[in-house]
Design a protein around this ligand. Structure first.
Ligand SMILES: [Zn+2]
Length: 167
């Protein structure tokens, strides 16, 4: 049973709507079931705080092929309910360890406790072109939705990407 998704009022404000590009991106996120399960478990365990982590895999002609997800500490403890700040030292450590493996960091996922799986203006401000940004909605402590986003071609908004099972 999927719980209903809370949608705080700010998500229908002009500021929030302005970060969304309504056209669907042709790029897909290929995510194995084990990775989806890991993100779900981390999101529920971290509730009511935001959790975040890295997508590891490769860029393909269709989008992103993920082989592993790795949770990274959310350094923003002051506003952990609605902000995340990925630990840059952990990012660098993982990035270095991946050199020469054929795999790299290709995206960042995070949770939205009691909010929809839609990006916020803050998310847009910290997003990089070419990266995949899955957002998992955790409502009342349970997984409610999982969507993936990426920066559109004009570089000013998020476009949604289909999530496909890698298996
Ligand atoms: Zn967010």
């Amino acid at each position: 049973m999927i719980p209903s998704v809370y949608e705080p009022e700010r998500f229908s404000s002009p500021e929030y709507l302005a970060v969304l590009d309504d056209s669907q991106s042709p790029a897909t996120l290929s995510l194995p079931a084990s990775c989806i399960e890991a993100i779900q478990n981390q999101g529920e365990a971290g509730y009511p705080h935001e959790i975040c982590g890295l997508l590891i895999g490769s860029i393909t002609e269709n989008g992103w092929m993920i082989t592993e997800v790795r949770q990274v500490e959310n350094l923003n403890t002051a506003r952990a309910a609605d902000r995340f700040e990925l630990d840059p030292a952990a990012y660098q450590r993982i990035d270095r360890a991946l050199r020469g493996t054929g795999h790299e960091i290709v995206g960042v996922y995070h949770s939205h406790p009691d909010a929809p799986a839609k990006p916020s203006p803050t998310d847009l401000g910290s997003a990089w072109e070419g990266f995949a940004y899955p957002i998992i909605s955790i409502c009342d402590g349970k997984v409610a939705d999982l969507r993936c986003w990426s920066i559109n071609e004009s570089g000013d908004r998020f476009q949604q990407n289909a999530i496909v099972d890698a298996a």
